[in-house]
Design a protein around this ligand. Structure first.
Ligand SMILES: NC(=O)c1ccc[n+]([C@@H]2O[C@H](COP(=O)([O-])OP(=O)(O)OC[C@H]3O[C@@H](n4cnc5c(N)ncnc54)[C@H](O)[C@@H]3O)[C@@H](O)[C@H]2O)c1
Length: 248
């Protein structure tokens, strides 16, 4: 890879106040990008932007709300002039509940953030990218979107949706010079794990053939490849970062 391969590129990373998104934002900044952290956690986003330094920006938005998303992307483009990269990373895991006990509100919350949020942010981004005939989108799916984890139906379904949305959008955007891919991690060592039952974390870790949790930096490295010019013949694909768990 060339030195500073993302020099002068403008990137939005959603959910980058902490966890995997923060690691992605840090890596993109290291590689030369101007990154805007878009997160519902205003304080966390501002703190993360200050830590990352340079001209890293922070903008508050709930990605499940259409008006929030459209306002935030309009502001990014107005401030930065254009948008080259979108990383749809923000997501929640939801409750650890079997379907028989699942509340509609729980189902809606997870689908609204993980899947509708990915759609809303992608739509807002491509409206700015299409006229420039250039851009790259990477969305965070999950291995659970391929396998379907017990007691995590909304989460698994939302991530399966992200994989399929990636394929649909990639095909639509071929003629516009915009690439769209997604990443499917297994369990990654992030603050999201604190919201999961300890037994579930232990079980999901035991399913990883490498026998350990992944690290946020390992996900960030794959995202960097996908947003860079090292992957210009790659679109509509799902990349596993799963320690060998993925079988297809
Ligand atoms: N940690 C894992 O094991 C794992 C595995 C596979 C996929 N993922 C996916 O990776 C992504 C990041 O996960 P993480 O582990 O870093 O999670 P995390 O909980 O540590 O961080 C999530 C971030 O998203 C933000 N966020 C949540 N809801 C939002 C909303 N409505 N609008 C805007 N921002 C919002 C949070 O404020 C937070 O900063 C998620 O999409 C998650 O599903 C995580």
């Amino acid at each position: 890879m060339q030195a500073r391969p993302l020099q002068d590129r403008v990137a939005v990373v959603t959910g980058a106040a902490r966890g995997i998104g923060y690691a992605i934002a840090r890596r993109l900044v290291d590689e030369g990008a101007r990154v805007i952290i878009m997160d519902v956690d205003a304080e966390g986003a501002a703190r993360a932007a200050a830590e990352l330094g340079g001209d890293t920006g922070a903008i508050t938005a709930d990605i499940s709300r259409e008006a929030d998303v459209d306002r935030a992307f309009a502001q990014v483009v107005s401030d930065a002039g254009h948008l080259d990269i979108l990383v749809n990373n923000a997501g929640i895991v939801g409750t650890d509940t079997p379907v028989r006990d699942l509340q509609v509100a729980d189902w809606d919350q997870v689908l609204n953030i993980n899947l509708k949020g990915t759609f809303l942010c992608s739509r807002a981004a491509v409206r700015h990218m299409i006229p420039r005939k250039s851009g790259v989108i990477v969305s965070m799916a999950s291995i659970s979107g391929k396998e379907g984890n017990a007691n995590m139906a909304p989460y698994s379904v939302s991530k399966a949706g992200v994989i399929c949305f990636t394929k649909s959008l990639a095909k639509e955007l071929l003629e516009h010079g915009i690439r769209v891919n997604c990443v499917a991690p297994a369990l990654i060592d992030s603050p999201l794990l604190a919201g999961m039952e300890a037994e579930r974390v232990a079980f999901l870790t035991s399913r990883i053939p490498m026998g350990r949790l992944g690290q946020p930096d390992e996900v960030a490295a794959t995202v960097l490849f996908l947003v860079s010019d090292e992957s210009t013949f790659t679109t509509g694909a799902c990349f596993d970062v799963s320690g060998g768990r993925a079988t297809y």
